[in-house]
Design a protein around this ligand. Structure first.
Ligand SMILES: NC(=O)c1ccc[n+]([C@@H]2O[C@H](COP(=O)([O-])OP(=O)(O)OC[C@H]3O[C@@H](n4cnc5c(N)ncnc54)[C@H](OP(=O)(O)O)[C@@H]3O)[C@@H](O)[C@H]2O)c1
Length: 288
């Protein structure tokens, strides 16, 4: 029995993959719109606001639990994960929890290569919330003996999840020479990694989840524009970025790191279908 908490874009792909293999899957979402999408992929929907509603209908005892529900959009803590841990005490401890976190917990690394031994230094509030979630889950696992695997996931992309509208709108990017490094994982590969983490990772394991081939953020946008046959976005100096790009993008521009996926590949035996952005984009825009 599998439960996917936060059964949105990735959760639906994961749920469909598990259901096709004969696994019973319950997907927890907040809205009726999201709940309505789950039966079509073979997932039983449970509509529940994990931040507010009593978790009476959650049957977590001995479950394989994938935690994909993001923290709330403000603050430096993740009360959602706190409530979840309380719910486990009432509803039963899962057998294993795989947490889909983010690589933002490393903070700015000045473009250095980063593996799982690197001490996290979360800077942005969004990263501090993710760090809080990790810390709460580690304490829960220590206290209860339940198995925990943490995935620190890089930027997720897929054919229907590319910044085409941004590129079409002509919004600028920072000049290639000044752009920070960025890291990605294709959604299909992430799904396989989630399953491997549940089935095969040593308890307590932590993995960077990325394709291991970082590019600068500007090369990411230029690569997508070229593959999609769009006009490349204009480049501006980093100093001009405040006021010209969104606050969210500005916060990403302050962090640069190149993430190693060596542990993921060697310890979990994962073979990526899309080991580079170019391979992923070739699957989206096949040459005609
Ligand atoms: N975007 C990236 O590049 C990236 C990178 C690393 C990690 N991640 C993380 O990976 C995870 C999966 O990503 P995704 O693209 O699948 O996200 P998504 O499509 O936004 O799905 C998140 C799901 O969580 C549900 N949810 C949110 N708050 C909830 C609450 N209080 N109670 C119950 N359900 C709640 C949402 O339900 P409703 O739809 O009903 O609101 C939604 O179905 C997320 O945690 C995301 O932050 C993303």
């Amino acid at each position: 029995m599998s439960i996917i908490l936060g059964c949105g874009y990735i959760g639906r792909l994961l749920g469909a993959r598990l259901a096709a293999g004969g696994v019973g899957v319950t997907g927890v979402v907040r809205s009726a719109e999201s709940a309505a999408q789950l039966p079509a992929v073979g997932v039983q929907a449970l509509q529940l606001d994990l931040l507010q509603d009593p978790p009476n209908a959650l049957e977590t005892a001995d479950a394989d639990l994938f935690h994909l529900a993001p923290p709330p959009g403000e603050g430096r803590e993740d009360p959602l994960t706190g409530r979840l841990i309380d719910a486990f005490a009432a509803r039963g401890q899962p057998r294993r929890l795989v947490y889909i976190g983010t690589t933002g917990v490393y903070g700015d690394c000045g473009g250095e290569w980063v593996d799982e031994t690197r001490a996290p230094r979360p800077m942005a509030d969004r990263a501090l919330r993710r760090w809080d979630a990790e810390e709460r889950l580690r304490a829960w696992s220590r206290d209860t003996g339940a198995e925990l695997v943490i995935l620190r996931v890089a930027g997720i992309y897929a054919c229907d999840r590319l910044p085409l509208a941004r590129i079409r709108s002509g919004q600028p990017v920072v000049s290639a020479a000044e752009a920070p490094w960025s890291n990605r994982i294709h959604a299909d590969d992430l799904v396989e990694i989630c399953i491997a983490a549940m089935d095969a990772a040593p308890a307590g394991a932590l993995y960077n989840v990325c394709d291991g081939h970082p590019t600068t953020m500007t090369d990411y946008f230029l690569g997508i524009a070229a593959a999609a046959g769009l006009v490349p976005p204009p480049q501006i100096p980093l100093a001009d970025a405040p006021g010209r790009v969104s606050a969210g993008m500005l916060s990403y521009l302050r962090e640069s790191r190149r993430l190693s996926n060596r542990k993921l590949l060697s310890e979990l035996g994962v073979r990526l279908r899309y080991p580079t952005l170019a391979a992923g984009l070739a699957g989206c825009f096949p040459a005609t």
